[in-house]
Design a protein around this ligand. Structure first.
Ligand code: CP
Ligand code: NVA
Length: 310
């Protein structure tokens, strides 16, 4: 049965470890094809609201809704003008009259919070400046495929920019007991409040500038150095991040059975190179596939008890 019925998913910490377990089990089962022909979201619609570009998030939420019997509608920033053409709160009060959930890809986490405050339907975070929780569901599905479901003490090393992905990795340490290390250049550390809160909750989180932390990692993860919206800082960032590139040589230093993940898109020549995403240790394209399975599982657990309103 759905475990997060009607709730928002703005952060991985919006779920308990038990709820994450249920979502992961559903994701694995969906990937095995055990839900073929099952349409729990029949008659339900999800709006996909974008302030930024997307390949994976857009396609997987759309196809995911379709496969579960529901419908998705994509609204681009030109169409909606969140906060510019129209107040965010009014967008929320309109959408809730027509659709049963809203996925938002936005600049500010606060925009998602504002949608959630004003809409009576679940709001799902499809990436903000702060977090990318839906991505981490696919990432941990991929990690579980490799190492099983008890991930306590597994070393997840994130290298690069202390951005939305880094913050969400820290959250997953709270939920799963992984040992998360974030390796960044000086000045590009992840959100301090996120890290402190995670440590207070008992998570094992290390922030460092030392590349030696990569050695022996069970999971090595990276993301772009220049996130969407940061293009003006591109030159400064390329200089600051030199040396933090994931190469096949670096992959030789992680655990022999360790894996390489990247949420994609890749900016080849910056945070990594094609020889790394194509390396035998890479699970990058399985990870991309798992966006579909993991988000279908999320959608089922959030929307699965809703009745069509028409
Ligand atoms: N990883 C990810 O969110 O990809 P898109 O930006 O293409 O959606
Ligand atoms: N950190 C990147 C992730 C893209 C999926 C960005 O915010 O652009």
């Amino acid at each position: 049965a759905p475990v997060m019925a009607g709730r928002d998913f703005l952060s991985n910490l919006d779920m308990t470890p038990q709820e994450l377990r249920a979502v992961m089990d559903t994701a694995h089962s969906m990937k095995r094809g055990e839900w073929r022909g099952v349409r729990p979201l029949s008659g339900l619609s999800l709006a996909l609201v974008f302030e930024k570009a997307s390949l994976r998030t857009r396609t997987t939420f759309d196809v995911g809704m379709y496969q579960l019997g529901g419908h998705a509608i994509t609204l681009s920033s030109q169409e909606v003008g969140l906060g510019t053409r129209e107040r965010v709160s009014d967008v929320a009060r309109n959408l809730e009259r027509w659709v049963d959930g809203v996925m938002g890809r936005v600049y500010l986490q606060g925009t998602l919070q504002e949608l959630a405050d004003h809409a009576g339907v679940p709001i799902i975070n499809g990436l903000s400046d702060m977090l990318h929780p839906a991505q981490l569901l696919a990432d941990y599905q991929t990690i579980e495929e490799e190492f099983g479901s008890d991930l306590r003490g597994k070393r997840v090393v994130y290298i690069g920019d202390g951005n939305n992905l880094a913050n969400s990795h820290i959250h997953m340490s709270v939920l799963t007991g992984t040992d998360v290390t974030i390796v960044t250049p000086v000045g590009y550390e992840p959100n301090g409040a996120v890290a402190l809160d995670a440590v207070r909750r008992g998570a094992s989180v290390t922030l460092t500038n030392d590349l030696a932390a990569v050695e022996g990692a069970d999971v090595l993860y990276t993301d772009v150095w220049i996130s969407m919206g940061m293009e003006a800082e591109a030159d400064i960032r390329r200089r600051a991040f030199r040396g933090y590139q994931v190469t096949p040589q670096m992959l030789e230093t992680i655990a022999p059975d360790g894996i390489f993940l990247h949420c994609l898109p890749a900016h080849y020549g910056e945070e990594t190179v094609p020889e790394a995403t194509e390396h035998p240790k890479s699970r990058v394209f399985d990870e991309a596939e798992n966006r579909l399975h993991a988000q279908k599982a999320l959608l089922y657990h959030v929307m699965g008890l809703m009745k069509p309103r028409w």
